[in-house]
Design a protein around this ligand. Structure first.
Ligand SMILES: [Mg+2]
Length: 111
């Protein structure tokens, strides 16, 4: 399986769970893709290391990518391009653009 994880308001809501999940997935031979609107790869990688998140790919964003796909559609395009099986993402505006080839999970109860 290829599993994509958003960072802000997803991993950050429960880093210990996602640290456990990411390690379990990698140990079992699956791929973990970090898919984030963040643009600074170095600080993003440092944050992930600090939370104990392990992964096979880190996909950060760029202004050009947003112009090409539209901000809310960019992650859906990445899911399709990278053939993501499962995607953990908090934003309903983003999830609206993910097609049926990817099963989505979203944290709730933030209010
Ligand atoms: Mg988010």
């Amino acid at each position: 399986m290829k599993v994509a994880l958003d960072i802000d308001d997803t991993i950050t809501r429960h880093p210990a769970f996602f640290a456990f999940l990411s390690k379990a997935l990698l140990d079992a031979g699956h791929e973990v893709v970090i898919l984030t609107f963040r643009e600074d790869r170095a600080s993003t990688a440092a944050d992930l290391a600090g939370w104990g998140i392990v992964y096979t790919h880190l996909i950060t964003s760029t202004l050009d990518a947003h112009f090409k796909h539209g901000v809310n559609a960019w992650k859906g395009a990445m899911c399709k391009q990278h053939r993501i099986d499962l995607f953990f993402e908090d934003s309903m505006e983003v999830l609206r653009h993910v097609d049926g080839g990817t099963v989505c999970f979203s944290p709730v109860g933030r209010y």
